[in-house]
Design a binder for this molecule. Structure first.
Ligand code: GNR
Ligand code: NI
Length: 167
């Protein structure tokens, strides 16, 4: 297993649109294991392949307290969205920034599992927020894009400064 490098905003590669996985192979499963290890180590509750510079539609998530409920979503499609809720979000690609975002309260999502089998999942609460956040990453969208231009500019400048100071 391996810990992968997570791209940091503002990085143009975070805006690439991920392609569908044609066939779930042993290589896909290896990437998923590395993504899970990277997510748990960070620590985070979700990770999209886009964040590790792999532009394929793969998400891992685990919102359980015991970190024993790994959810893998390949080629996820949000089928239905119901209600609205606001919650504070953070992102491993935007370290140290926490902002309120409005999302659907309940969703249903169809995806493939690690065996390449189709399943559907109903999610609400934090899991629903997390899945919507990850699906956005696959579409090249980072949560800060829901904020005002002023906030986005401030966040971009703050992170660029942090990145300069780390060099
Ligand atoms: O670890 C994460 N926490 C989180 C908190 C609120 C809303 C979304 C998230 S996802 C984030 C990990 C991440 O960046 N996934 O892309
Ligand atoms: Ni994120």
């Amino acid at each position: 297993m391996a810990i992968l490098k997570i791209l940091q905003y503002p990085d143009v590669r975070l805006h690439k649109v991920a392609k569908k996985v044609e066939t779930v192979t042993e290589q896909t499963r290896k990437l998923i294991r590395d993504m899970a290890e990277t997510m748990y180590a960070a620590p985070g509750v979700g990770l999209a392949a886009t964040q590790v510079d792999v532009h394929e539609q793969i998400i891992v998530a685990d919102v359980s307290d015991a970190h024993d409920q790994l959810l893998v979503l390949i080629n996820p499609e949000i089928l239905t969205r119901d209600g609205e809720e606001e919650s504070e979000e953070g992102c491993l690609s935007v370290p140290g920034i926490y902002e309120t975002v409005k999302r659907a309260e309940k969703i249903s999502v169809r995806a493939l599992n690690e065996q390449g089998e189709t399943f559907t999942l109903e999610a609400e609460g934090f899991l629903a927020v997390c899945i919507q956040h990850e699906v956005d990453h696959l579409h090249g969208k980072v949560f800060v894009e829901y904020l005002s231009q002023l906030k986005q500019t401030r966040i971009r400048n703050k992170l660029k400064k942090q990145q300069r100071e780390r060099m």
